[in-house]
Ligand binder design. Structure first.
Ligand code: ADP
Ligand code: MG
Length: 160
């Protein structure tokens, strides 16, 4: 069904021309974690999102401060993996990325990323193809529309 393009939030996407009529702009946050950066997988990972017709709105290499990671992972405070995860996320540079796409882009991105435990992640997903353990699963991706908004606000307040 043809979707109306009258909304301010609706745009034509050049990349999708011919495949989609128009899409509603939605954003989600991805972080290529220190293992992905160190292994030289940034290009490979970003290419997968681009091939899916998602747009890279912003991508910035950063060495994260502990306070930022603590805010980002606040839902996990007190869990056994919390401290090692915070330490790992501050151990080296990461690529923080805002992806743009249709409504519920976070869902599309999570399906490309695969499940948390890389050992269980399906072949064809980023974690399934490049990871083998949960603690080195290469990529963070927002898990809901609310998380996407919250997380983009942490890393890029001017976009929130
Ligand atoms: P996801 O990244 O798939 O949203 P969670 O939000 O549950 O997963 O966990 C956040 C991150 O914490 C995971 O990506 C992983 O790096 C780490 N983590 C989660 N569970 C474990 C675990 N059981 N052992 C080691 N690390 C974990
Ligand atoms: Mg999560």
């Amino acid at each position: 069904m043809r979707r109306s393009c009258t909304s301010l939030r609706a745009i034509w996407t050049r990349a999708a021309r011919g495949l989609l009529d128009c899409i509603v702009v939605d954003r989600t946050l991805v972080i290529i974690k220190p293992d992905g950066v160190e292994r030289g997988l940034v290009g490979e990972i970003l290419a997968r999102f681009e091939r899916k017709l998602l747009t890279i709105e912003l991508a910035e290499m950063r060495h994260l401060e502990r306070a930022v990671v603590e805010r980002h992972y606040s839902e996990h405070v007190g869990k056994p993996f919390y401290e090692p995860t915070v330490e790992f996320m501050t151990s080296g540079p990461v690529m923080v990325v805002v992806l743009k796409g249709p409504l519920d882009t976070w869902k599309i991105v999570r399906s490309l990323v695969g499940v948390t435990n890389a050992a269980d992640a399906a072949a064809g997903t980023i974690r399934g193809d490049f990871g083998i353990v949960t603690s080195r699963n290469l990529v963070h991706a927002s898990d809901s529309a609310e998380s996407a908004l919250r997380e983009i606000g942490i890393f890029f307040p001017h976009l929130a």
